[in-house]
Design a binder for this molecule. Structure first.
Ligand SMILES: [Zn+2]
Length: 104
């Protein structure tokens, strides 16, 4: 069967792993498999952004909270979190991932 993507749009593997858990899209609330969801980790300041900016300008330490966001594919594409790639690009890993992997 021809495949549109090498990993079939998921990071699950070919049969060994079985079913994966589910997460909810942080934008639309859709229930999506964990390995298919687009995960983004953000460090958000505990105070409002404008206040945080002002405090950092003065050299104060602003504590930040780790916020994990999961997006479904439709939301990720709509908000530009993930981009649609051309056929030949799609089969390979994106540039940023390759540079991360072979940094040493
Ligand atoms: Zn969504």
């Amino acid at each position: 069967m021809p495949l549109k993507r090498k990993n079939r749009g998921r990071s699950k593997g070919r049969g060994k792993k079985g079913r994966s858990g589910f997460v909810f899209c942080s934008n639309c609330g859709r229930r999506i498999p964990e390995d298919k969801a687009i995960k983004r980790v953000m460090w958000v300041p505990t105070v409002p952004a404008a206040v945080a900016r002002e405090l950092e300008k003065q050299g104060a330490f602003v504590p930040k909270k780790r916020v994990v966001k999961y997006y479904c594919v439709s939301c990720a594409v709509h908000f530009g979190v993930a981009k649609i790639r051309a056929r030949d690009e799609r089969k390979e890993l994106p540039e940023e991932m390759l540079s991360k992997r072979y940094r040493f």
